[in-house]
Design a protein around this ligand. Structure first.
Ligand SMILES: NC(=O)c1ccc[n+]([C@@H]2O[C@H](COP(=O)([O-])OP(=O)(O)OC[C@H]3O[C@@H](n4cnc5c(N)ncnc54)[C@H](OP(=O)(O)O)[C@@H]3O)[C@@H](O)[C@H]2O)c1
Length: 228
């Protein structure tokens, strides 16, 4: 496939590398080449099958609007914009394109989401819960989309009225660590996912691009990761 990766940063660069390893033709565009969306005109996108986005919370909505306008399939890894999901879903459905977004494209985290769901039962047995998330100091959004997803899953599964608290830490070059701690008067349960590198995110995003290429619709990676 012909892929366009938006974002020459930590995750975008690795995503391009993984896509080339998987024999795709890849173009990478950074902020300098796309300041006002000049890399996303219908002409520029003509030969592109899927666009992958690993940019910034401030830039991503403009990028999405341009690509939906050009009826392009998309994989959006950038976080910090999920408050606009319903509006973007409407635009994608109106245009009939394919769109995959995800708080986290790593298979390990998506397995961890299921562990989080199971752990919600503790809230019915006198446990109090907390979510701790740690990321590198350059991360722009807090709490992380992954922590918000875990919180939502625990809320929905436990049907609890009060949300489990999220505590965010921004320090050093931590790739991404998420912990769920459940505490009763008798004991503590610790659940932890710790990303060793960004490779898992990059592989998941490229596989999502391969999966969405021949489809239409609006998908959350956590609902489709088993198929990709
Ligand atoms: N869903 C997941 O699995 C997952 C995993 C990891 C990260 N993320 C998210 O992905 C995003 C990027 O993370 P990162 O760690 O790669 O950040 P990063 O290293 O800061 O990279 C962000 C990149 O976006 C580029 N950019 C900004 N505006 C742009 C534009 N208009 N067009 C093209 N590129 C533009 C920047 O370019 P310059 O360098 O030229 O300024 C920068 O290289 C964040 O929102 C992060 O939370 C998601």
């Amino acid at each position: 496939m012909n892929l366009l990766v938006l974002g020459r940063g930590k995750t975008g660069s690795l995503t391009a590398e993984v896509a080339r390893e998987r024999k795709h033709f890849v173009r990478v565009v950074g902020a300098e080449d796309n300041n006002a969306g000049e890399a996303l005109t219908t002409d520029e996108l003509r030969e592109i099958d899927v666009v992958l986005d690993f940019t910034t919370p401030h830039r991503v909505i403009a990028n999405i609007e341009a690509r939906v306008g050009a009826s392009k399939h998309m994989v959006v890894g950038t976080t910090g914009w999920h408050g606009e999901l319903d509006r973007i879903r409407g635009r994608v459905e109106e245009k009939g394109t394919g769109f995959v977004y995800g708080a986290n494209f790593s298979i390990g985290v998506n397995l961890f989401f299921e562990i989080a769901r199971a752990s919600a039962a503790a809230l019915h047995h006198d446990y109090a819960g907390q979510i701790f998330e740690r990321h590198h100091k350059h991360k722009k959004d807090a709490p992380s989309a992954t922590a918000i997803t875990i919180q939502k899953m625990i809320r929905e599964t436990s049907a609890s009225e009060k949300d489990v608290e999220i505590v965010s830490f921004r320090e050093g070059d931590v790739v991404g660590m998420h912990e769920i701690v459940l505490e009763s008067s008798a004991d503590r349960i610790y659940l932890c996912h710790d990303a060793k590198s960004r490779r898992g995110f990059a592989e998941g995003a490229v596989r999502a691009a391969e999966w969405i290429a021949g489809k239409k619709g609006f998908y959350d990676f956590k609902d489709v990761w088993r198929e990709v």
